[in-house]
Ligand binder design. Structure first.
Ligand SMILES: Nc1ncnc2c1ncn2[C@@H]1O[C@H](COP(=O)(O)OP(=O)(O)OP(=O)(O)O)[C@@H](O)[C@H]1O
Length: 325
């Protein structure tokens, strides 16, 4: 549904914001784009919506190259893309229904048809009883629901969400993410979410790309990137609780999940004990993603063996291991 090939964007002053991006997001998938500030996320979204013209490469949405389009062709192509932003920017003088109707009015949809579509969209986002409320009478989460309904008005094939939950509290964030997943399931829409929140990726994305300095540093399904123990994404997606300040211990980090039959924490501790290495779990996070157990453990290990021997033992047992302190 979204195919980027060799996408490059260079700004004046030799700033290379995107440097050869190849990415394919199949129809019906929810894909997350993460990266530090300045990594190129906004430029990527702007290329997708043809607000920015790539210096090289192509942007295809629903089989159509969008980067060279102008005039009416561009307007038609943009209708295939719905946009959801962090700040919803609703028209204060219009009700929820009026805001959702706005893009349909602009597109010249007749009133009767428009009213029916607005009712359908209000139902879809769970706001049937709020149709007549003005933005000032809606909560942040309800405003975002109106924003999502507005983005879906023209039945787009792709929903681009730019930090859709960054202005919301954690409970509301969960509700909005669950709505996005539900909409994908019901409409089979393809969703691209730009976010700096790893929890958003964990909760809603099927696949994810990490951008670094305009390049793809890591990309794949959630199961794939989590199984790649030791990688930036696997570590950021599975955060560990901080250790007590000032505690002095020798720590070995273990990544679980790189193979289907990844050993359990109990098995690893037993294996170390058999080799005469005293070890205990100092911190750990284990969860099941896509039917596979993935996680990170930080083991506090005794000084009886050197670090190299311990790493070798653990690696032979089929887990990723590195000394972290
Ligand atoms: N119009 C522009 N002219 C010149 N340089 C630009 C322009 N737009 C973006 N850049 C540069 O391109 C790089 C990528 O910027 P971009 O805004 O895409 O990053 P980002 O990942 O979206 O960051 P943030 O999370 O802070 O929004 C940065 O170095 C930025 O300074």
């Amino acid at each position: 549904m979204i195919t980027l090939t060799g996408l490059r964007k260079k700004f004046a002053g030799d700033v290379v914001a995107l440097d050869g991006i190849d990415l394919h997001v199949p129809a019906g998938e929810i894909h997350g784009i993460v990266g530090r500030s300045g990594a190129g996320k906004s430029t990527l979204i702007r290329c997708l919506t043809a607000l920015e013209k790539p210096s090289e490469g192509s942007v295809e949405i629903d089989g159509q190259e969008v980067s060279g389009l102008t005039g009416e062709k561009l307007r038609v192509a943009r209708r295939r893309i719905g946009m959801v932003f962090q700040h919803v920017n609703l028209l204060d003088s219009r009700t929820a229904a009026g805001n959702i109707a706005h893009p349909l009015e602009v597109a010249g949809v007749p009133k009767k048809q428009r009213d029916a579509r607005v009712r359908e969209l209000l139902d879809l986002v769970g706001l049937r009883d709020r149709a007549g409320n003005y933005p000032a009478q809606l909560s942040g989460g309800q405003k975002q629901r109106v924003g999502i309904a507005r983005a879906l008005a023209a039945e787009p094939a792709v929903l681009l969400c730019d930090e859709p939950t960054s202005a919301l509290d954690s409970g509301t964030t969960r509700q909005i993410l669950s709505l996005i997943r539900d909409l994908r399931d019901r409409l089979n829409i393809t969703v691209l979410i730009i976010t700096h929140e790893m929890s958003v990726v964990r909760e809603v994305c099927d696949s994810v790309t990490l951008l670094e300095n305009g390049k793809i540093a890591e990309s794949g399904s959630l199961v794939e990137v989590l199984a790649h123990s030791g990688s930036t994404l696997s570590k950021e997606l599975i955060p560990l609780p901080p250790l007590p300040v000032g505690e002095r211990m020798r720590l070995v980090e273990v990544g679980l999940g790189s193979t289907e039959d990844t050993p359990s924490a109990t098995k690893l501790l037993a294996l170390l004990a058999d080799a005469g290495v005293g070890a205990d779990i100092a911190a750990g996070t284990i969860e099941t993603v896509g039917g596979r157990r993935v996680g990170r453990l930080q083991l506090e290990v005794s000084d009886s063996h050197d670090s190299g021997q311990i790493i070798e033992l653990l690696t032979r047992a089929g887990v990723y291991a590195e000394v972290v302190a």
